[in-house]
Design a binder for this molecule. Structure first.
Ligand SMILES: Cc1ncc(COP(=O)(O)O)c(C=O)c1O
Length: 386
């Protein structure tokens, strides 16, 4: 099997991640923050050292504001639905947002009567930055942006935008780094990113079932889940203290241990692999662009990007092509809408979807060649049907 669906979830996980997880499951396995026994203390240490690692790696001021959730999606829900909205508040987002941002925002709109402006992404960064600036009003409380599109691999100029509003303390910046984590270095303090969400299982090659929301500003966030957190059991309200205020239920300690291993490896991984990944993905795109009947979406081969390429074979249903790649060539890609209806509206591909090939450092040039050969054959077979 050639696995070109790394933007959905990465396979295989890093060996160091698996080792950490297995060790934790075999030798620790207890609940952090609940028991005072030795195993509980060890589990708490794993959680704390991972929080501290995230704090260091991403330039967060307070370790207690590095929060664990079960995914990037839940982290984004917490950031958006836990925000202290008031009626009439305004939020700016791009038209490339994943449903993990769009849906909670639309819920917040219904719940709190806020206004949302979607800024059209054309691929032109200067125009996009100017559009965002133009749409800021005295009511704007949040700018929420995906760092890179999960459909096309475009990188949005989030750092420039976040830095640009650093003087405006009323505006909170929220970045969905699901597709850039492990590909692009992020320092929240330097870039004026107030909240950052990411999952363990994509570019970090870490575990599923874990994500983080990092908060680098004083924000009166309210929890979106309620239940046990190991402290203040007599109170009917959640604890005031962070992170206990938000982290309800038994924590996924093996996944947190695995995330620690992937965060420890992140810098080395980026140094060694990002340019290779970029070369592989631009090789794919350059070869696709030479095939008759193929439309490629997103950045040009010269643009900075994450290792994702989106394309279609003329007007053929993208799911059909993905099915052929899987059944006849043993190649896994993702087709359809990629949980991103907005992005597809932007690309005018809502009916057809797109075929998305996404790679990482474990993929090799030989796989790229096999993939290109397969797409050439499929495209040629549809041409014969014309
Ligand atoms: C841009 C973006 N945001 C959010 C998510 C949600 O991530 P998760 O499924 O890990 O919660 C994804 C996953 O594909 C994504 O690509």
């Amino acid at each position: 099997m050639i696995y070109f669906d790394q933007a959905a979830t990465s396979i295989p996980m890093l060996p160091a991640v698996i080792d950490e997880m297995v060790h934790t499951m075999e030798h620790i396995g207890a609940n952090p923050g609940r028991g005072t026994h030795a195993l509980g203390v060890q589990a708490s240490d794993i959680v704390l050292r991972t929080r501290s690692k995230a704090c260091d790696v991403f330039g967060v001021q307070h370790v207690n504001q590095c929060l664990f959730f079960s995914s990037a999606t839940v982290s984004l829900n917490q950031a958006i639905l836990g925000y202290p909205w008031e009626e009439g508040d305004h939020v700016i987002v791009s038209t490339m947002e994943h449903n993990a941002v769009r849906r909670p925002l639309e819920v917040a709109k219904q719940r709190y009567n806020i206004n949302i402006t979607y800024i059209h992404w054309t691929g032109n960064k200067e125009e996009f930055v100017a559009q965002i600036k133009q749409h800021i009003t005295p009511h704007t409380k949040m700018i929420a942006l995906t760092h890179a599109s999960n459909v096309t691999g475009d990188i949005l100029p989030v750092e420039e935008i976040c830095k640009g509003v650093s003087e405006t303390k009323e505006i909170t910046t929220l970045v969905d780094a699901s597709q850039t984590i492990g590909h692009i270095s992020i320092d929240m303090t330097k870039s004026n990113i107030d909240m950052l969400a990411f999952p363990g299982h994509k570019g970090l090659r870490g575990p599923k079932g874990i994500g983080m929301l990092l908060v680098n500003k004083e924000i009166e966030l309210s929890p979106i889940h309620f239940g046990g957190s190991g402290g203040q059991a007599l109170s009917t309200s959640p604890p005031i203290e962070w992170p206990q205020r938000f982290e309800t239920g038994t924590m996924n300690v093996p996944a947190i241990a695995g995330l620690y291993a992937s965060l420890c490896n992140m810098e080395k991984h980026m140094k060694e692999n990002v340019s290779r990944e970029t070369k592989l993905v631009t090789n794919i795109q350059a070869a696709l662009e030479k095939i008759d009947n193929i439309v490629v979406y997103g950045p040009s081969i010269h643009d900075q990007r994450v290792p994702v390429v989106a394309f279609n074979i003329k007007d053929v249903d993208s799911e059909e092509v993905a099915l052929i790649l899987d059944a006849h060539y043993d190649i896994a890609v993702r087709a359809g809408l990629h949980c991103n209806a907005l992005g597809h509206e932007t690309l005018h591909t809502t009916d057809q979807g797109v075929i998305r090939a996404s790679i990482n450092a474990t993929n090799v040039e030989e796989e790229v060649q096999t993939f290109i050969q397969a797409v050439q054959e499929i495209a040629a077979s549809y041409k014969q049907l014309d």
